[in-house]
Design a protein around this ligand. Structure first.
Ligand code: 5GP
Length: 134
């Protein structure tokens, strides 16, 4: 949903590609071990690349992605994150664009899920449940 909205807001000749990654961990916490479920189709060599990320929590997933994509020799590599959980990263994440900063709450909706549910909510909500840790 964020990708669709941001794509409509960019008035430049851009190409869009998708990558699906799955982070191992509990329902609401990542371990930093990332599996690429679907890789990009476009070759990034010499291109100006912006990673569009829904949410940065520990930053481990993004850290992995950034290294993985940087190794494909793009001309530039920047990150745009809709949501950044404040104070949750060991190292300050290098984000070119940030939508909103959040406290440590688990949020769902607007494409974000818990065990594949709630992605269809059209706004973001704090998830309170047994898996949330709250
Ligand atoms: P990180 O590696 O930064 O800890 O976690 C990044 C990934 O974990 C996100 O891309 C997202 O898939 C998931 N994630 C982290 N925090 C939340 C959250 O509050 N809600 C949901 N639904 N997913 C989250």
């Amino acid at each position: 949903m964020f990708m669709a909205d941001i794509a409509r807001a960019i008035a430049l000749p851009v190409e869009l590609d998708f990558m699906a990654v799955s982070s191992y961990g509990t329902a609401t916490k990542t371990s930093g071990v990332v599996r690429i479920v679907k890789d990009l189709d476009i070759d990034l060599t010499g291109r100006d690349v912006i990673i569009i990320e829904d949410i940065v929590d520990s930053g481990l997933t993004l850290n992995y992605l950034r290294k993985n994509l940087a190794a494909r020799h793009p001309a530039s590599l920047e990150v745009c994150a809709l949501l950044l959980k404040e104070g949750m990263q060991k190292v300050e994440p290098d984000l070119r664009y940030v939508g909103f900063r959040l406290p440590d709450e688990f949020v769902v909706g607007y494409g974000l899920d818990v065990a594949e549910r709630y992605r269809n909510l059209d706004d973001l909500r704090v998830f309170v449940g047994p898996e949330s840790g709250h």
